[in-house]
Each structure stands twice: as structure tokens, then as C-alpha cells.
Design a protein around this ligand. Structure first.
Ligand code: UDP
Ligand code: MG
Length: 313
């Protein structure tokens, strides 16, 4: 029987943690009792530098039930880094891991489906929402745009899959070999390969607390996904440059023709406009290229992505 670790990132989740702790321990006890996972299985809550009582609640859950572990990051590193921190911390004990959000919007009974697929030999199982009825219209629309954009830019991500997934030990080992600082797990996990499958589930509303993903974080996340995985924006700029260059040659011929006719002053407007247009484009290009150089810079520094403050086990 395999040992399962549930990894749950928590950022200011005091409103949901007591209930989440209760539901998850019940679920894991049932799975152990039914002989689906080994008795060594655990629930690892990762406190992502919360400013409320999240850590105190995790300590309480840990004291009440031996199944609960707590990992406390030294500061807020964001959802993706908190997930990575949790996975890397438990990877030597866990045969399989399942990552899920603290608000239990993802149906925890889908874990049975995950385990079945695991039994069939999958190393990665993606939880996929079969409806987005519980999301706001705005969130649904922006999500669709996001998947479309990623597809157009050639980034391979699983449609309607958030970070609710099962990974085997070797998949997590493989993930640990991706040394990127700009972390976008949904883009990296499909790159790992191995056998994978999807399990559909119903997504609920948050039963308490607020979303920790306001618009600016969502936009930052999408931007991260695009710039960490795709070089198409750079290619687009190169293509635009080529087109503009061709057009400027045609314009040159046109102005030469006007010059030969002795009407040069008439061309002043178009020249000034083209100077402005090209100047603007150059600045934009420099900005986007700078974005990539910024990423190289961060990778070259090799900063640790997380530092663990405490590990209760
Ligand atoms: N989260 C985190 N660090 C952050 C922001 C969020 O660990 O800086 C966690 C949060 O506690 C939750 C998960 O990431 O468990 C997803 O966040 P949320 O439910 O707010 O996102 P939404 O479901 O609204 O997209
Ligand atoms: Mg949520």
C-alpha cells in the first residue's frame, strides 16, 4: 500500500482551517481504514507566511491528530512556491502526494478517483473542473481568456485544471530537477512526462474566507505563465521589426520619388510620424526583451525559493 501525503498551502486561512482540518482528517482516516493508502499517510499544511492565526490553528490540529503535519515558511512566497515547499519537504516520505487548496473548493472525494488512476499506473493525475458554475462570471471569462492565450503561445497546460493533482514520488523527484525561480507549476508538470490522466470533479464555492487571488495577483500569475514558458512574444517582435523594415524601404523609395520631383517638404509629416512610431516600438521591444533578461538574472542568482522556519512531524 502506498503512503499518501496531502499538501495544502494556506495563506491567512483562519476562517476555513478548523473545518478543513476536520474534513481532511476524516477523509484520510477513511482512506486508511478502507486500505486504500498506508497508515503512514499524512496531511501537511504549509503556512505561507500568514499574518493571522493560521499557524496557531495548524499547531492545534497537529496536537489533536497525529495525521496532521505543519510546515511554516519564513515569509509569504505565494501559492506556487508554497506548493513546491510542501512537495519538496514531504517527497522522501511520500509515495504519492495530492496538492489541494485550503478552502476545499475542490471536491475531496475526487481523491478516490485519483487513487484509482494511480492504481492503473499513472504518475500524474490532474483534477479537472467539469463546471465553473460556482465562479463569478468575471473569473470564468478571464479564465477562458487565460487558457486561450496560453494555447496560442504554445504552452501546454491542462484545460480547467488548477493545482489539484496527484503526483507519484518519481514525478515529484522529476519536478525537483526543474530549477526555476519563476515557478508556474501548471506549465512545468506536463513537461515532466510519465503516464498521466484526468479526473473530473465539481468545484464548490469557498465555504468561508475570501479569495487570496485578487485581480492583480491573477494578472501577475498569467503574465508569469506566459513569460516563463514562451518565447513567442520575442518572435512576434522580431516579425514586427521585419515588417516595419520592409515598409520603411517602400517609404524610402516613395520619398526618393518625391525628392526627384522636387516636392520634399510635403513628406515631412509622414517622416515625423514614422519616427514616432518606430521609436515607440523600439521602446516596447526593449521592455519585453528586458523582461526575459530579468528572468535570466534571477535564475543566475540561484536564490532559494523558500526557507522553512519549522517542520512539525
Ligand atoms: N495561497 C497561498 N499563498 C498566497 C496566496 C494563496 O498559499 O500567497 C493559498 C490559499 O491559502 C489557498 C490556495 O493558495 O489554499 C488558493 O487560493 P484561493 O482559494 O484564494 O484562490 P482561488 O480559489 O480564489 O483562485
Ligand atoms: Mg479557492
Amino acid at each position: 500500500m502506498e503512503c499518501l501525503y496531502l499538501v495544502i498551502p494556506c495563506y491567512n486561512e483562519e476562517a476555513v482551517l478548523p473545518e478543513t482540518g476536520k474534513r481532511l482528517t476524516e477523509k484520510l482516516h477513511t482512506l486508511i481504514r478502507d486500505g486504500k493508502v498506508s497508515g503512514q499517510s499524512r496531511i501537511a499544511f504549509v503556512d505561507d507566511g500568514s499574518k493571522d492565526r493560521t499557524w496557531a490553528l495548524i499547531e492545534e490540529l497537529h496536537a489533536h491528530d497525529g495525521l496532521v503535519q505543519g510546515i511554516r515558511l519564513s515569509r509569504n512566497e505565494g501559492h506556487q512556491n508554497a506548493l513546491l515547499a510542501g512537495l519538496m519537504t514531504v517527497k522522501d516520505q511520500a509515495d504519492i502526494t495530492v496538492t489541494l487548496d485550503a478552502d476545499l473548493q475542490d471536491d475531496i472525494d475526487a481523491i478516490d478517483g485519483f487513487l484509482e488512476k494511480r492504481g492503473e499506473g499513472c504518475d500524474v493525475v490532474y483534477g479537472v473542473r467539469n463546471s465553473r458554475a460556482s465562479d463569478t462570471v468575471f473569473k470564468r471569462k478571464t479564465a477562458v481568456c487565460f487558457y486561450r492565450l496560453m494555447q496560442t503561445l504554445g504552452v501546454d497546460i491542462v484545460y480547467n485544471h488548477a493545482d489539484y493533482r496527484l503526483m507519484s514520488r518519481r514525478a515529484v523527484e522529476a519536478l525537483s530537477r526543474f530549477r526555476e525561480v519563476n515557478l508556474f507549476l501548471r506549465g512545468i508538470v506536463p513537461l515532466i512526462g510519465f503516464r498521466s490522466d484526468t479526473v473530473p470533479y465539481e468545484r464548490h464555492e469557498r465555504f468561508a474566507g475570501q479569495s487570496k487571488y485578487p485581480l492583480h495577483k491573477m494578472l501577475a500569475f498569467a503574465w508569469e505563465g506566459v513569460t516563463s514558458f514562451s518565447v513567442k512574444p520575442i518572435r512576434l517582435i522580431a516579425a514586427t521589426g521585419a515588417i516595419i523594415f520592409s515598409v520603411s524601404i517602400l517609404m524610402l523609395l516613395y520619398f526618393l520619388f518625391l525628392f526627384l520631383q522636387g516636392k520634399t517638404v510635403a513628406g515631412w509629416t509622414s517622416i515625423v510620424i514614422s519616427i514616432w512610431a518606430i521609436g515607440g516600438l523600439q521602446i516596447l521591444s526593449t521592455g519585453i526583451i528586458g523582461e526575459y533578461i530579468g528572468k535570466i538574472y534571477l535564475e543566475a542568482k540561484g536564490r532559494p525559493q523558500y526557507l522553512i522556519d519549522q517542520y512539525l512531524q
